[in-house]
Design a protein around this ligand. Structure first.
Ligand code: CA
Length: 714
């Protein structure tokens, strides 16, 4: 822990102990009707008494993402199959963990859209689209994602990319209230999960790459009224500081940082400890990354890259621990935070843990923030170690490009050795399951810098460092490798790792059957043995997986749910009858599940579009009728009856070739795609048949597109 000065610190803890005492379990969660979303403090605190409920994005307030369920175990997991799936009507990154409470599964998608499914059958009960202005995507640093919802007393709470926080009726999806949590004129975005503690909805925001000043805000869950706001970096000193801590934090900044916003956004990690009654928030990087332009005289720049402990009742500062002092590499501390009781020097100790971008695994005392240990969980070259006496990193001076005036390759880079991808802790194995991405990046100082609120503000010239990769002993460039890692936080040692064939991180779930579930970027959902890392089971997802699974029971049957889909398809897969080009779906598994995903097309096919987009029909009625018969005779065996593909062969209604008659003739008659399995039909078709089939397909595609559009109309 670092104090901001002796005065006030002890008093802050005393205040927290009194005001934070409101969370007391008064009743056990009982049976509730479907859609009740009847979450309250008593039910949150008794979450382990109803292990079949996944009550919040990380299941419990301590955010361990551990399930006590044992219905699926290592002896029966071979029988795990798809129970149901739901297609998601948005492309791009899908990062949400499904929340499952009172029989309903709630999941958010790209563009902050929300869907509610019957958790047993997959029947879609309702959906809600906040209709985000797509221009907001320009200020979303890292895709237009959303990581999930919170449930509370019959409502579902959704943070929206454009900065809104919306409360919806859990049964109907109707808006109960909506508040704007940011100044819409400024480049803020919201992608994180709202947390609800004692009736207060707590939400952060992103935008530190633009010129945002970070903060978290608490709203009354019943009304949407603002209760408190905590700023993570000091503002303009001439306007006075909001809190005494910010006045002291301002002494760690130099220059006119407030004109750039400062950064320090809280865009993801938070956790709450029921024992110390503290809320922990993870604070992001500075604006811009390069400290020379942000705070020219150096300094720690509090509370960038810190865990800050707050009293959730009042938003009052209690303690902080800064991970990368005076950060200059986009080393945020916004990564997932968890609270656990772990063995520590022979006794149980209540700790807060984080494995942030900077590559060190931190274990802090939950009550005081005292640093207990910090060790590298991945290759790190910006610091040699963390000094346990001072709590500060022992830096590698070469990494400070903005001070040396020389380019440097720094590991980890902005991607982080661990980013937002959820991790999990099993109290049974005592291990943390962590998706690790080994990477590095080049940094050099730009010579001039001006803030641009609609553009990425790093003040870093990465290209200048490129020649360094050619030097002897230089690391492999960029994204080196990734793996699922089992880490013992008590000994700070790796126990096992499973390398990923394709680089990328995916969220993690551990269960009381000593199973770890996680997806990968090859398009698989996999179960591993929690003690050894041995692969126990896998299922194809037809999409990259970046989100984390959740698990729940309905009528005693255990289900495992995972949202799949991300930018870029795994391998070369593409959906044959696309809803979205990245195969975004919610997949739900159970023992004995027999559902099947639609056939997927294997192999790249640049002529198949992701949506029905045919040209206008120019053929005659007679040509279409003739073409229908010819198609049935010649084409339907492979391409499917009525022009609807039913196996791994392109669905011709989606073919871009329908826009190009000459290309069609090249393929069908001249056989230019013979190498791909589509030989010439010159000798099979009668004269004119190729043309009538062409018009028939255009006709079918237009009909089906009209049907689709009619179905979408409310
Ligand atoms: Ca950042």
């Amino acid at each position: 822990m670092k104090t901001l000065g002796r005065r006030g610190f002890g008093a802050a803890i005393a205040v927290a102990a009194v005001l934070g005492g409101a969370l007391v379990a008064s009743a056990q969660g009982g049976p509730h009707p479907r859609g009740a979303a009847a979450v309250d403090t008593a039910r949150q605190l008794a979450a382990d008494r109803e292990p079949g409920t996944w009550m919040s994005a990380a299941r419990t307030l301590d955010e361990q993402r551990f399930s006590p369920l044992t219905g699926i175990d290592r002896s029966n997991i071979g029988g795990l199959g798809l129970a149901w799936y739901g297609d998601i009507d948005s492309e791009r990154g899908q990062e949400a963990t499904p929340v499952v409470v009172d029989g309903v599964l709630y999941v958010t998608t790209a563009w902050s859209m929300l869907k509610a499914f019957d958790a047993r059958t997959g029947e879609k009960l309702w959906e809600y689209d906040p209709r985000v202005d797509r221009a907001v995507g320009q200020i979303a640093c890292c895709d237009v994602v959303n990581r999930g919802v919170a449930a509370w007393k019959g409502r579902i709470y959704l943070g929206v990319l454009d900065g809104r926080l919306i409360a919806l009726d859990a049964r109907t999806g109707k808006v109960a209230w909506s508040v704007m949590t940011v100044d819409p004129a400024k480049p803020y975005t919201v992608t994180g999960v709202p947390r609800i503690i004692n009736g207060k909805v707590i939400i952060g925001n992103g935008g530190a790459e633009y010129n945002a000043r970070g903060y978290v805000t608490a709203y009354d869950a019943a009304t949407g009224r603002q209760i408190w706001r905590f700023y993570t970096v000091p503002g303009d000193p001439s306007k006075g500081f909001e809190t005494p801590e910010l006045a002291r934090a301002a002494k760690t900044w130099t220059g006119e940082w407030w004109k750039l916003g400062g950064g320090g956004t809280v865009w993801d990690g938070m956790a709450y400890d029921v024992e110390s009654r503290l809320l922990y928030i993870g604070v992001g990087n500075g604006t811009p990354w390069n400290q020379k332009f942000r705070s020219p005289g150096g300094g720690d720049n509090l509370f960038l890259t810190s865990i800050v402990a707050l009293n959730p009742e009042t938003g009052t500062y209690v303690w902080h621990y800064q991970m990368t002092n005076g950060e200059t590499w986009d080393h945020t501390a916004t990564q997932p935070i968890m609270v656990a009781t772990i063995p520590w020097k022979g006794r149980p100790r209540r700790v807060v843990m984080e494995a942030p971008k900077n590559g060190f695994f931190y274990v802090l005392d939950a009550r005081t923030g005292k640093l207990l240990s910090a060790e590298k969980f991945a290759p790190v070259n910006w610091a040699e170690r963390i000094d346990l006496k001072t709590g500060r990193p022992v830096e590698n001076p070469v990494a400070r490009y903005e001070r040396t005036g020389k380019p440097a390759i720094v590991s980890p880079g902005p991607l982080g050795a661990h980013n937002w991808h959820p991790w999990s802790y099993s109290p049974r194995t005592g291990l943390v399951y962590l998706p690790v991405t080994e990477n590095n990046a080049g940094y050099d100082s730009v010579t001039e810098f001006r803030i641009n609120a609609r553009a990425y503000n790093t003040a870093v010239n990465a290209a200048a460092a490129a020649p360094l990769y050619n030097a002897p002993g230089a690391p492999a460039r960029g994204t080196v490798k990734s793996y699922l890692q089992a880490w013992n936080p008590a000994t700070q040692k790796e126990v096992w790792r499973v390398p990923n064939a394709t680089f990328g991180a995916s969220g993690v779930l551990a269960t009381a059957s000593d199973i770890v579930f996680s997806g990968n970027h090859d398009g698989e959902f996999v179960a591993y043995d929690a003690r050894t890392g041995a692969r126990l089971w896998s299922s194809p997802t037809q999409a990259k997986v970046v989100a984390a699974p959740s698990t729940y029971t309905i009528d005693g049957v255990q289900y495992v749910a995972i949202l799949v889909g991300a930018r870029g398809l795994p391998g070369e897969q593409a959906r044959t009858s696309p809803v979205s080009a990245n195969n975004s779906r919610i997949l739900v598994y159970r023992l004995g599940g027999t559902a099947r995903l639609p056939a997927e097309k294997v192999g790249p096919d640049s002529t198949i579009s992701s949506t029905l987009n045919p040209p206008l029909l120019t053929g005659t009625n007679e040509q279409v009728i003739d073409g229908s018969a010819s198609y049935a005779r010649v084409c339907s065996g492979c391409h499917g009856a009525n022009a609807v593909a039913d196996k791994s062969i392109p669905d011709l209604r989606y073919s871009t070739t329908l826009h190009n008659w000459l290309e069609w003739e090249d393929i069908v008659v001249r056989g230019v795609r013979a190498q791909k399995g589509m030989a010439s039909f010159r000798d099979i078709l009668t004269p004119g048949e190729s043309e009538t089939i062409f018009h028939y397909l255009i006709s079918q595609a237009n009909k089906d597109k009209a049907t689709e559009q009619a179905a979408r109309r409310p």
